[in-house]
Design a protein around this ligand. Structure first.
Ligand SMILES: Nc1ncnc2c1ncn2[C@@H]1O[C@H](COP(=O)(O)OP(=O)(O)OP(=O)(O)O)[C@@H](O)[C@H]1O
Ligand SMILES: [Mg+2]
Length: 588
């Protein structure tokens, strides 16, 4: 029996990419005719739309659209989309569902075919963020063969597995995250030596800085002050900022002109500004400098000197910013290399990892590492015993409250240190604090702080011992699987009685049931009609000037014609024009 198809998926903050192995080479599968699918989801009256049209809809209906959902992954929150509220993993699963459908169409397989995936996550992603990604895949009906780190995937796609005695730093600066990994390859053994980064540093942050800057310039030019941009203006400003930023990677200056940008007291204001690369660099230098510090730290953690690297590989859209290469070469003495197809490299690497799993590439062994230290809370001074004893005597709720009030008493007892190769299993022994202790609350943390409170608490297990002894030992075992996902068990050893402990569902690591009524997403033909419908509604229901109505009618018939002719470029051009007009008319 042939195994289910295996997709390499890069679920990105800004763009997502899906690829398969064809003739032993990774191949990107087009989605809506493009290699990159914008990671945008919008709820329309007809249902969910995912991709470019959804990203455009963020301008018209920001409250019904979710962009950059990856930045919210792992958080216990609901995202509002119109009348619906969804968890971040549910929104991500819609993006994955769209990728899966495109792949099945490409492979000419029915939509209910079982599909496997190797899915990538930022190397610096936490336990909760990895878990949420896996859940999103499950909800989209994908079986996760492996979760791998994005820089590692990029290194595989660069062909590192075929290299001998090669060491590279992979610098991945994307839309929402920044990661750097130091990777070594020797005779088909690819080993990650160190990894670091920031899960909230990417192109989105640069866009925000620039959007706020442009707003200030706009206010100053029009002698306005103390006005905050609304959600719609902010969405439009972010789009303008991103476009300007991308242009500044090639040009030294960009002319920004947005007609009918803002209306106040019946006066229309336009946004006009000439932005220089120098200004953009001044605004963003600090953020980019932070990435260089991470790069230096990763090389240090790998116990290497910069000149021992064979190169620095640049991946991710934001690494195209000229200041990135400039600061890297100034600070490291190495001229970095932008990998081929930097936007597809991560997804291709996931496909290569799929081939390794399926034994199609039996030469390579990949050893990745855990990006964060993991451990449990523990008391560190005998003098605290009495305090703890008193707390134990009180009711459980009270006990908890006390513990929360006094976190400095707890130290961080590390079990698996950062940069440990995975899979890994480590055990540490702990002793009872009070004689005949019946219950142990074990808080699990992730991070590098010495005190428990300085770290991120990702879960808690409660170990109950019904017939305790005066003296007792608790064995805590942490097991990290190949996906970097953690399992914890605690056993009380003195009674020789095995006690199983499981995570509580209320905290970071949780039991999460996939919903069977997964919402449907609409195919792209339907989504293109959304704009048409809005334009028609506007014509029928609103009082608009005859000149505007004429423009609208013209664009509607042009778009219909382009759709009939399946003329992609024409569709996009008219769509953009129609969007601007709708934005203006609906606002006024
Ligand atoms: N030429 C360019 N110059 C500057 N920035 C660019 C350029 N091209 C793309 N970008 C930016 O790169 C980012 C998208 O990059 P990419 O597709 O690698 O991110 P992602 O994979 O979606 O995000 P992440 O890896 O953080 O989850 C966006 O912020 C985009 O504006
Ligand atoms: Mg990326």
């Amino acid at each position: 029996m042939t195994p289910a198809p295996l997709l390499g998926i890069d679920l990105g903050t800004t763009n997502s990419v899906v690829s398969i192995l064809e003739n032993n080479t990774p191949l990107t599968i087009p989605v809506d005719g493009e290699k990159l699918l914008p990671s945008a989801v919008c709820l329309t009256d007809e249902g969910f739309i995912v991709g470019k049209t959804a990203r455009n809809m963020a301008l018209l209906e920001p409250e019904r659209t979710v962009l950059s959902v990856k930045r919210k992954m792992g958080q216990n929150i609901q995202l509002k989309m119109g009348e619906r509220s969804m968890r971040p993993e549910e929104v991500s699963s819609l993006i994955l569902q769209k990728l899966k459908t495109a792949a099945l169409d490409y492979l000419q397989l029915p939509h209910n075919t079982a599909v496997r995936t190797v899915i990538t996550v930022p190397a610096y992603f936490t336990e909760e963020q990895r878990g949420a990604t896996k859940q999103a895949a499950e909800m989209a009906g994908l079986r996760t063969e492996r979760i791998i780190n994005e820089p590692t995937a990029a290194a595989l796609s660069y062909g590192m597995s075929q290299m001998n005695e090669a060491t590279y730093a992979v610098y991945d600066f994307g839309g929402g995250t920044f990661d750097v990994s130091v990777i070594e390859s020797n005779d088909g053994l690819v080993e990650v030596l160190a990894t670091t980064g920031n899960n909230h540093l990417g192109g989105d942050d640069l866009d925000n800085l620039l959007a706020n800057y442009l707003w200030e310039k706009f206010l100053a030019a029009n002698t306005l002050s103390n006005i905050k941009p609304g959600r719609k203006e902010m969405a439009r400003l972010n789009r303008i900022a991103e476009q300007a930023k991308i242009k500044l990677s090639d040009a030294t200056e960009v002319n920004i002109q947005e007609s009918f940008f803002f209306k106040l007291n019946n006066i229309n204001y336009h946004l006009e500004y000439t932005l220089s690369r120098q200004e953009f660099e001044n605004l963003t230098r600090e953020k980019i400098r932070e990435t260089i510090e991470h790069l230096q730290k990763a090389v240090e953690e790998a116990k290497l000197k910069m000149d021992q690297l064979d190169g620095i590989l640049l991946v991710g859209g934001s690494s195209r910013i000229p200041l990135v290469s400039k600061l890297i070469s100034e600070n490291t003495g190495i001229e970095p290399t932008l990998v081929n197809s930097p936007d597809e490299a991560v997804s291709h690497g996931a496909t290569v990892q799929g081939a390794i799993i399926d034994d199609l590439d039996i030469e390579t062994i990949l050893v990745d590492i855990t990006p964060h230290s993991l451990g449990v809370s523990a008391l560190d001074e005998i003098s605290l015993r009495e305090k703890f004893f008193n707390a134990m005597a009180e009711d459980k709720k009270e006990n908890k409250k006390k513990k929360n009030e006094e976190p400095p008493n707890l130290k961080a007892a590390m079990i698996i240190p950062k940069n440990t190769p995975i899979p890994a299993s480590r055990t540490k022994l702990f002793h009872n604090v009070v004689p005949y202790q019946k219950e142990y609350n074990i808080d699990i943390y992730q991070g590098e702080g010495k005190r428990f409170a300085e770290n991120r608490c990702i879960g808690e297990i409660v170990l109950k011992v019904p017939k305790p002894n005066e003296e007792a030992t608790v064995e805590v075992t942490f097991t990290l699987d190949l996906n970097g996902l953690l399992k914890v068990t605690a056993t009380e050893t003195t009674t020789k009685q095995m006690v199983n402990a499981t995570f509580k569902s209320s905290r970071g690591i949780k039991v999460f049931k996939a919903k069977s009524n997964q919402p449907a997403i609409l195919p792209s033909e339907v989504t293109q009609n959304t704009l048409l419908k809005r334009a028609q509604d506007l014509l029928e229901n609103e009082k608009i000037e005859s000149e505007d109505a004429e423009d609208l009618n013209k664009l509607i018939s042009q778009l219909k014609k382009a759709l009939n002719n399946s003329d992609k470029t024409e569709i996009e051009n008219i769509e953009a024009e129609l969007l601007d007009l709708l934005y203006y008319l609906e606002e006024n």
